[in-house]
Design a protein around this ligand. Sequence first.
Ligand code: SAM
Length: 261
Amino acid sequence: MAERACRLRIHVITLFPEIVRVGVSCSILGRAREAGIIEVEPVDLRSFGEGPHLVVDDYPYGGGPGMVMKPGPVCRAVRAVYNEDSRIILLTPQGRRFDQQWAEEMSRESHLVLVCGRYEGFDERIREVLDAEELSVGDYVLTGGEVAALVVIEAVCRLVPGVVGDPRAPREDSFARGLLEAPRYTRPADFEGHGVPEVLLSGHHERVRRWRLRRSLLRTLQRRPDLLAGAHWDAEMRREMRMVLEELRPEPKRGDGAGAR
Ligand code: SAM
């Protein structure tokens, strides 16, 4: 029984509805669906197939390996769920690379239609006729778009208000401010001789907050310096970054410096 108004509906057009169904039935997504905050419905592409055998693929013009997804069944399936607010997204390894920024943008939409390819992918005219966007989950090739669609659904839905219990969590996650998150610790305070930074046990919220910001900057600098240029810099972040760089500066060697002999 839905408790709240649905904020985001997602239709997933697929030859394997069960993959999607299982992927969205557990944990946070399962609960959000039960509460009616999001709706995720697989649409069985096979039922839009052609002829008595409900064919959805055919040989490629010009020859070559594999089969290509026919435009008719895909376009009919999309049109069956489309409305004027829909955003149509083809999952393909050739699309724009999915990232947190795009997840945030999509979490503000009301209806997404995710289209999963199989075989050697989509007939090119599907994108043209539907005026669809193309989205990739990374520079590698999967056998089908279902797992890619689940990646998108997970990342987008956790940003929809009400889906994650504590609204602070998505705001503090990696990438939310363009930085990696600071290291996390939980009990016990000593694990096989490895302790927890003293400040986290201090109960001093402001010091903890500043420590987390500084460690988040350090971690991003060390692991993903490419993110720093796009981070949402404010005066405090700049100040803390100067401290991080200061701490990283090598100690001058004994004998260095003006006048030392
Ligand atoms: N021949 C295609 C190419 O080289 O671009 C790859 C086809 S792939 C075997 C079959 C389907 O898996 C694609 O149509 C797409 O839906 C999905 N897929 C594979 N890799 C993906 C990725 N990195 N991101 C999103 N979808 C992907």
